[in-house]
Design a protein. Structure first.
Length: 598
């Protein structure tokens, strides 16, 4: 496939992701690293050309003559291989954020190996760091003959072997070389933050690169899912693993900020946080894949982070567990002119009632998995259930974090009922104190009556988005997935059919079609599309679910990754990338179908 950029930007679909459990880099099909934040995924960018092709900074590596590319992940890894074919020969570039091997290693290390496969290919490369989201150029100086750029607490070194003479400019390092059949060159970037900058030897990096492949393969081989779509499920697991912040166990919603839900529009948000709203989906997927240690770490992070605002649950928390997430705008051009570019997320302060259902669902899943629940955790979860009894009658911002007036969203009320249902069940099993169980039962019944009397449309044959409205919302599918009622309950069956009838465009499902307080439009939300497939599976509609999943997995990009949304007309990816919730929903839909088919 030949490469073209539009005004300097690649389609979102043309990126792949590599990472090391701390941060994630996006590598374009043309060999450019256009996104990398250091030291952590939610830190400021050092390569941000994804959001400003002129000022953001990047690391390019490609033939200096016309070429076509093919790429893949090394099977069962997060190590990327891009094959460049020119009229004169073929080379393969292997890209990885290497995993530490226990010795003295760089704080972060990006390794890029070039292997000649046939003929002779002229190559060129350039490292152009721009610190602090492009606000500061990296001025290079030589340390022991090695180019180093530093700004404040951050420093990076560019190391090159058999990659031509290194040309050091004021704010870029570059080189040219020819790669023949059997030749091998290596480029690496060593990054430090508040630590000494390490200059590793070539053989050390090569060993780490090989070890990184081996460790990813070992992880993938231990995944327990063996059903249909194993390849897609394991790839989704590997994508989720990239979003796991190893120091805390938190899982980021996505690796990027401000990739637009509409090209040129303003629906651009920072998703480098962890949403408790996704907690049940996350635990369900991790446990289904046999990721026991990741499940324990995530649940521990969830309880630690939420303790800061206990008993209130915040919409999102930082990856290190902190609750602050002030939203501000950056002076960047935005992906293909989509502004504003935001960091932080103002939704953190919203009231979203559905999060309580998700967290109580997660607690129930964890208790079933572990066979126990810590006494202090049980007390805190009971206090959260008490708060649900106080809050459920209030209007909220809903699962989609709309920036319009609060409303009585039906899915929010459903999830309050789910929260109290799990509280009762956990108390009956001895995991929660029983002092308030009578109140939980009473309020659960009251929530259920409210939803049934005010949240259902006889004319639609479906639950509706909000009380007093006649519109639908794909989040109502969670009534099936989260167990608001039995999957085959007539009203839930009617809701699934109505959502498919009104919100689906082929296999893709929009979240809703009504007003949400923001200008512009958005694409179809991939998680909702997989939720529909899972709902069909849980309702025993296995042929429909199978056909839908088959269509959806075919919409991934060439390396098996999904963004947040897809344009139903062009098939273009929209929104942040890679999107954890899309991959969680794929895993859970496949697992649900396997369970229903057993």
């Amino acid at each position: 496939m030949s490469m073209t950029r539009e005004n300097g930007y690649l389609p979102i679909r043309d990126y792949a992701a590599i990472g090391d459990g701390r941060t994630v880099a996006l590598v374009g099909r043309d060999g450019a690293v256009d996104w990398l934040c250091v030291p952590d995924l939610d830190s400021s960018s050092v390569f941000g050309a994804l959001l400003d092709t002129e000022r953001g900074g990047r690391f390019t590596l490609a033939p200096s003559v016309p070429y076509e590319t093919e790429r893949r992940y090394v099977p069962d890894t997060n190590v990327l291989e891009t094959t460049f074919t020119t009229s004169g020969g073929t080379v393969r570039v292997t890209d990885a954020m290497t995993l530490p091997d226990g010795g003295l290693v760089p704080y972060r290390e990006l390794a890029r190996r070039v292997d000649g496969l046939a003929g002779e290919v002229p190559m060129q490369w350039s490292v152009e760091p721009r610190f602090s989201y492009g606000r500061e150029s990296g001025t290079f100086a030589l340390r022991g003959g090695i180019p180093v750029a530093a700004r404040g607490a951050d420093a990076l070194a560019v190391l090159a072997w058999d990659a031509g003479a290194v040309e050091v400019g004021e704010d870029a390092v570059s080189g040219h070389f020819s790669c023949g059949s059997g030749d091998s060159s290596l480029l690496a970037m060593s990054v430090a933050h508040h630590e000494p900058l390490v200059f590793p030897a070539r053989d050390e990096i090569e060993l780490r690169l090989d070890g990184t492949v081996a460790r990813w393969r070992t992880w993938a081989s231990e995944r327990t899912y063996e059903g249909r779509w194993r390849q897609e499920v394991v790839r989704s697991g590997l994508a989720l693993k990239l979003l796991v912040f190893a120091p805390s166990g938190a899982i980021a919603a996505a690796a990027t900020t401000s990739l637009p839900e509409e090209i040129g529009g303003g629906r651009n948000w920072d998703y480098r946080f962890s949403w408790p709203r996704d907690a049940a989906f996350t635990l369900q997927a991790l446990l289904a894949l046999g990721c026991d240690s990741e499940a324990r770490a995530f649940f521990s992070w969830l309880l630690h982070a939420s303790q800061l605002t206990h008993p209130r649950l915040q919409v999102l928390y930082r990856l290190n567990g902190r609750a602050d997430a002030p939203e501000r705008e950056l002076a960047l051009a935005g992906y293909r002119g989509s502004t504003p570019v935001r960091v932080g997320n103002g939704a953190a302060g919203q009231l979203q009632l559905d999060v309580y259902g998700e967290v109580l669902s997660a607690a129930a899943l964890f208790a079933e998995f572990a066979g126990e629940l810590d006494r202090d955790h049980g007390r805190r979860i009971a206090e959260i259930a008490d708060l649900v009894c106080d809050l459920w009658r209030e209007p909220d911002a809903g699962i989609w974090e709309v920036r319009a007036d609060a409303a009585h969203f039906v899915e929010s009320k459903m999830m309050c009922a789910v929260a109290l249902d799990h509280a009762v069940a956990l108390a009956e099993r001895g995991y929660l104190p029983k002092a308030d169980i009578v109140r939980w039962r009473r309020e659960r019944a009251a929530v259920h009556d409210f939803v049934e009397n005010h949240g259902y449309s006889d004319a639609k044959g479906s639950y509706v988005r909000a009380v007093g409205e006649d519109e639908l919302d794909a989040s109502l599918l969670l009534g099936v997935l989260a167990g608001y009622d039995s999957p085959g309950a007539p009203r839930l069956v009617g809701t699934v059919d109505a959502i498919r009838r009104e919100l689906a465009r082929g296999p893709l499902v929009h979240r809703y079609l009504g007003e949400d307080g923001l200008p512009g439009e958005e694409g179809a939300f991939l998680a909702c599309s997989f939720w529909l497939a899972e709902a069909l599976a849980r309702q025993g509609r296995l042929e429909e679910a199978t056909a839908l999943i088959d269509e959806l997995v075919g919409l991934a990009n060439d390396v098996g990754l999904f963004a947040e949304e897809i344009d139903t007309t062009t098939g273009a990816f929209l929104g942040n990338f890679p999107q954890g919730l899309s991959h969680l929903a794929l895993i859970n839909a496949a697992v649900a179908l396997a369970g229903a088919s057993a």
